[in-house]
Design a protein around this ligand. Structure first.
Ligand SMILES: [Zn+2]
Length: 235
């Protein structure tokens, strides 16, 4: 539940930044602040004003209290110009906020209200160029990942993944370059291209596993066949 709320609010954070800033926004931006690896939940950059905003999402008080980066002298607020916390309504009091941070609250539908404005940090420790580079990478990765997941959504939610006998994978044919979904046996090295009929070498086909199927799946499928009163062998 907390994980889903966190994902949801992160997305709302990006939408909000997009509405405010418009130029470049992304979630899960990897940064190095004073050589420490940090992942900012959402970053938005206004090119004209040369301003960078970072939003950290907190979905519970315990999540807030155990995050030492927020209160660290090399926290997110030092790397950019404006830093915010985004929480569900009424989770934090204004006087609990780390110095300089603004507070955003999202209502049940994800609508965001500014509860406290952040204080501008005039000496961001990261260069604008670095922040653009990092945010651009995150945005590009998100786009490519979405493309792949859109085309390869596993509707079984990997219920039958343990000890698989077959794999459902997205593969790119080395011959005709077309990418499609193939079902292959565990340990198979090749598949036959649906478009050019040539042999695809799986390990060179950028395989992306959508789902795996085990004996349990086969049994369940056979049971379904019996229940549907289908003939024992097809044709
Ligand atoms: Zn092909």
């Amino acid at each position: 539940m907390e994980k889903h709320t966190h994902q949801f609010l992160k997305k709302q954070a990006v939408y909000w930044l997009k509405k405010k800033m418009t130029d470049l926004c992304a979630a899960e931006v990897k940064l190095f602040i004073k050589r420490k690896k940090r992942t900012a939940d959402a970053v938005g950059i206004n090119m004209k004003r040369k301003e960078v905003r970072i939003i950290e999402v907190k979905t519970s008080r315990s999540d807030f209290l155990r995050d030492d980066v927020l209160f660290d002298k090399n926290g997110y607020h030092t790397a950019c110009h404006y830093a915010y916390l985004l929480t569900p309504e009424g989770m934090l009091q204004k006087d609990e906020l780390p110095a300089g941070y603004g507070l955003l609250e999202a209502d049940i539908s994800g609508e965001i209200t500014v509860v406290r404005s952040p204080v501008k940090n005039k000496a961001a420790s990261l260069k604008l160029e670095t922040l653009i580079k990092r945010t651009g990478r995150a945005a590009t990765n998100a786009y490519l990942f979405q493309e792949e997941t859109r085309l390869s959504k596993d509707r079984t939610d990997n219920m039958y993944e343990k000890d698989p006998i077959a794999f459902l994978q997205r593969l790119t044919c080395q011959h005709c370059r077309k990418r499609d979904t193939y079902l292959s046996a565990d340990g198979a090295d090749t598949a036959v291209c649906r478009f050019c009929s040539k042999e695809i070498a799986i390990k060179h086909a950028r395989p992306y596993t959508i789902s795996t199927y085990n004996e349990d799946f086969l049994e369940t499928l056979q049971k379904c066949r019996e229940d549907a009163h289908l003939p024992v062998s097809p044709g």
